[in-house]
Each structure stands twice: as structure tokens, then as C-alpha cells.
Design a protein around this ligand. Structure first.
Ligand code: ZN
Length: 393
């Protein structure tokens, strides 16, 4: 069965905004409603230019006028980004099952579905087209027309966000999944690595979005990392920046073999399969919640396993801090690892390994990671393109 012929057109005319439109949308997305006068000042544009651009965006049902603010001088009309300006679909092929979400321009999720992961490219395209239809059909009233799709994979993606260069999870090499899904749906499609998508979602809709320099690391089956440097996603020359899973941490004779072919990688010490594997070797139950509970009761092996894993991640993060000095590192963890020996050892390890500084330090923020978060990260790729175009965040 092939995906050929199953064309669906759901988009509004995904109208190309001008740079001026995108600049206004980016300010309203980041800072909330503003008056025309404030927009002119923030963007260093004439009031006449802002008025013309805003009029076009109102006519296209992207912006609306909000409450008047009475201060000194004339009352101002605030302009806001409409919740129904557009909607976006995010698909996470990061792990099995696939998560699919539909979100609005404010990052809110309105539909969430799952389906089994299929790795055959044609079958996967068919499944994604079906999922896009199903999710769009479930969109509640008041949700805008679809304006784009984001896809997240575990692996490396081309810098134009179309081609999966390599993904061990999917067994794909140089698959132009973005162009192909775009041809089948009539919508723009953006493909991104899992950690990069999470950090773009954070930059667009999260509390760290205003920071020009921050990093994100997640721990799941593997360990992913991504960096915003100077306000922009840092991809590196080959799109592989931030890949800390295979940073060598253990260099002694006990270093464990890694699936990448090397030994002693961070992943062999701190990813979930490493923690569960160590538990099994010590005769403990193979789930994180139980290991955490045993450690909380003082069970020595459980304590040691979580402590070692947290320490190893802390060593890797201290290297990130020494290399690029982010203002913050967001660490997304299995909910059971939060408030655990793992988390405490992680903080202690960073403290112990980072060169002591007198006047500044990197903030570590530990938050929960759920599998669907990769799908909301994916949808934020499409939202980013819709709101920001090629303008800098
Ligand atoms: Zn490795």
C-alpha cells in the first residue's frame, strides 16, 4: 500500500506573510497584546507602517483588537494574536507509540492521539496522512485552519528541516519525509531532531523563551541535548550539535559498551535503559518508580544506581556549562526521577565539577518529560514558521 493519491488539502492559503507581518506576529507571540504605538516603538517602524500591517493582519483574521487601556493621553487599543488564527499538527516519531497533537498559536493542545509506530517509509506516510485527517476532524470549534505540520525524530535532520539524514530508531537514512508529507497534505512540513524540537517549543511558549542563551537536555531511552545561543538554535555544521548521549564519560576498564559501538558513553550510565539494566543486574525490579521508592527507603543498591546515573549526567552537564556557559539548563526527566536521589546527585555533581564562579552561575531547572511533549515540540516547529517566518526569534 502506498501513500500516493491520498492527497488532502486542509490548509487555509498558508498565506505568505511579509517580514513586517512576521515582526509584528513575533512581538505579539512573545510579549502578549500591544498597542500600535508600542509596536511601532518596539519594532522601530513608523506608526503609519504599523497601522497598515496591522490592518492587513486583522482583515486576514490573524489579529484582533482587545480592551482599551486608559492611562495618560489618548486611550490605546491593544492588539492580540487570535487563538483561531491557525492551528498546527505535531507528530512525534521519536518512540513507539507515535503521539500526534493539534495546537493553537498560543501553544495550547486541543487534540491528542496515539498510534503504533511503523518504520516502513511508505506505510509511515500513509499512517501520518490518516492521523492528520483524524486529528483535524476532532478539532473543537474555535480552532483555526491548519497551517503546518511538524515531525520529530530521534536522529539527525538536514538544515532545511526536510530530510531525515539518519535515525537509528526508524532505520532511515536520507529520507525526505518533510517534502513527501507536504506533497500529500498540501501543508508545509518541518522535520526536526527531538531535543531541538523541545527547545524550540520552550523558546516559543515556555518560561525560558526570553533567555538568549539556554540549553535543554532530556533523559529517556537515550539522552538528547540542544542549545539556543544568541537567540537562535545552534545546529552545528552537520546538524549534530547537542548530541551528548554519546559523550564519553566513563573511561576506565569498566566502561560499558554502547549501541553506537564505543564504550563509556553517557547513555550507558544515565539513560533509562542503563538505570533499568543496572537494577536488573542487582536483582532489583525493572521500573523507575520502584527503584526510586527503594532508594528512598535506603536500599543500598537502588541508592547507588540512581546516584551514579545522576552523577554521570551531572559530569556531562558541567562540560556543557564550561563549554558554552548557558544562563539555564532545562533538564526534562521521567516524572519518577524528579525529587529523587538521581536529581540530588545530578545537582551535587554539577556543583562539584563546574569551575566556581564568583558572580554568576547556570540555573538548573528539572521538569517532567512525557512522551507527548515531543509532539507538542513538533507542532511548535510549524507554529514558529507561521509566526516568525525567517525572522530571528
Ligand atoms: Zn554511544
Amino acid at each position: 500500500m502506498t501513500a500516493q493519491g491520498s492527497v488532502i488539502i486542509l490548509a487555509n492559503e498558508v498565506s505568505m506573510f511579509s517580514t513586517g507581518h512576521h515582526r509584528i506576529l513575533s512581538v505579539l507571540s512573545r510579549s502578549g497584546p500591544q498597542s500600535r504605538t508600542d509596536l511601532a516603538r518596539i519594532l522601530n517602524l513608523s506608526k503609519a507602517s504599523v497601522t497598515a500591517l496591522v490592518r492587513e493582519l486583522i482583515e486576514r483574521n490573524i489579529l484582533d483588537e482587545r480592551e482599551r487601556v486608559f492611562g495618560f493621553g489618548r486611550p490605546a487599543v491593544m492588539l492580540g494574536l487570535r487563538r483561531d488564527a491557525a492551528s498546527f499538527i505535531g507528530i512525534s516519531l521519536q518512540s513507539d507509540p507515535v503521539h500526534i497533537v493539534l495546537t493553537d498559536p498560543h501553544g495550547r493542545t486541543h487534540v491528542h492521539k496515539t498510534m503504533p509506530l511503523v518504520t516502513d517509509v511508505e506505510a509511515c506516510l500513509d499512517a501520518m496522512v490518516g492521523a492528520v485527517r483524524a486529528v483535524a476532524a476532532e478539532a473543537p470549534e474555535g480552532v483555526g485552519a491548519l497551517a503546518g505540520i511538524g515531525i520529530v525524530i530521534a536522529g539527525i535532520v538536514s538544515s532545511d528541516s526536510h530530510v531525515c539524514r539518519i535515525s537509528a530508531t526508524l532505520g532511515w537514512k536520507d529520507v525526505d519525509i518533510g517534502q513527501r508529507l507536504s506533497a500529500l497534505t498540501g501543508l508545509p512540513v518541518f522535520v526536526e531532531n527531538d531535543a531541538n524540537a523541545l527547545i524550540i517549543g520552550e523558546q516559543l511558549f515556555g518560561e525560558s523563551g526570553d533567555l538568549p542563551d539556554f540549553s535543554l537536555v532530556f533523559v529517556s531511552e537515550g539522552i538528547g541535548g540542544a542549545h539556543i545561543i544568541g537567540g537562535r538554535l545552534h545546529r552545528g555544521r552537520h546538524g549534530g550539535a547537542g548530541e551528548i548521549s554519546h559523550s564519553p564519560i566513563a573511561i576506565d576498564g569498566n566502561a560499558l559498551p554502547c549501541r553506537c559501538g564505543n564504550r563509556g558513553c553517557l547513555e550507558t550510565l544515565a539513560a533509562l535503559p542503563a538505570i533499568l539494566g543496572a537494577a536488573r543486574r542487582n536483582g532489583l525490579p525493572g521500573d523507575i518508580a520502584t527503584i526510586k521508592a527503594l532508594a528512598a527507603d535506603g536500599q543500598p543498591e537502588a541508592l547507588s544506581i540512581l546516584h551514579q546515573a545522576g552523577t554521570a549526567l551531572g559530569i556531562a552537564l558541567s562540560q556543557v556549562i564550561q563549554f558554552i556557559d548557558p544562563a539555564r539548563i532545562i533538564i526534562r526527566l521521567d516524572p519518577d526521577l524528579l525529587e529523587s536521589v538521581f536529581a540530588r546527585a545530578l545537582r551535587q555533581s554539577v556543583e562539584a565539577h563546574v569551575l566556581r564562579r564568583e558572580s554568576y552561575e547556570t540555573d538548573l531547572v528539572l521538569t517532567a518529560l512525557h512522551p507527548r511533549d515531543f509532539a507538542t515540540g513538533a507542532s511548535s516547529l510549524a507554529a514558529q514558521h507561521f509566526l516568525f517566518g525567517n525572522t530571528s526569534l
